[in-house]
Design a protein around this ligand. Structure first.
Ligand code: CTP
Ligand code: MG
Length: 224
């Protein structure tokens, strides 16, 4: 059985605006509904983690608006704590798909490719080879070194996990979970095998207002 967990409990501070980011509309449909609808075909059960201090009603409405049936739970103070809270609601599932509410363009095929790759790994994560050259700077003013781009991947969600690997990863103290930017990095630290699954830059994450503009433009192109 496959459970999909949607991390939707962030505030969206970099996007700005009065509403939680997950409720922001993209071509008239809320981000959380789009993200959940994208992973729903591959999942037997969906759990959406929403901000603990927010009224869950608008989140339920946003999911219903996109035809998604999901459980809603209170998220945590950091992303991995939200994923941990959602996992508690997903009893019975042996494979787990973690996805950001902020990624409305994932496809069911990408989710399925991640799930299929679990046959040879503890986790399988959507990723794209980096196209920008990446430099490291300790002081933010001068460059210390240039990284070898040919080995670098930009990681996205969906990320699929064997339940046992995700549970072990999330069993850490909260302060360690709060420092993680994705759950796969925790599986790596446990010595787990993490498989890269080739994705596309079209699976973009809405972080700053320019991303929303880009997303609107992408959708406008598709419907033309
Ligand atoms: N997220 C979450 N719980 C948190 C923090 C983040 O479920 N405590 C989710 C967000 O809702 C988002 C995903 O993790 O779907 C990726 O996080 P990010 O893009 O950083 O979103 P926000 O944390 O909402 O944005 P910001 O960092 O700008 O406040
Ligand atoms: Mg954040």
């Amino acid at each position: 059985m496959v459970a999909g967990l949607i991390a939707a409990a962030g505030r969206g501070e970099r996007l700005g605006g009065a509403r939680p980011k997950a409720l922001v509309g993209l071509a008239g449909k809320p981000l959380v509904g789009r993200a959940a609808a994208a992973i729903a075909p591959a999942c037997d059960l969906l759990v959406v983690a929403v901000p603990a201090d927010a009224d869950p009603a608008p989140f339920r409405e946003a999911l219903a608006e996109c035809g998604v049936v999901a459980r809603v739970c209170a998220g945590g103070a950091a992303r991995s704590l939200s994923v941990k809270a959602a996992l508690r609601e997903a009893e019975g599932a042996d494979r787990i798909v973690v996805h950001d509410a902020a990624r409305p363009f994932a496809t069911p095929a990408l989710v399925q490719a991640c799930l299929d790759a679990l046959a040879e790994a503890d986790a399988a994560i959507a990723a794209v080879p980096l196209t920008d050259t990446v430099k490291e700077s300790r002081d933010g003013r001068f460059v210390d070194r240039t990284l070898d781009r040919s080995r670098l991947w930009a990681v996205q969600t969906p990320q699929a996990f064997r339940r046992s690997a995700l549970e072990r990863a999330l069993a850490r103290p909260d302060r360690e979970l709060a420092a993680a930017t994705d759950e796969a990095s925790l599986v790596e630290r446990d010595g787990g095998r993490v498989r890269l699954v080739a994705s596309t830059p079209r699976n973009l994450k809405i972080t700053v207002p320019a991303d929303l503009e880009l997303a609107e433009a992408l959708l406008a192109c598709r419907t033309r």
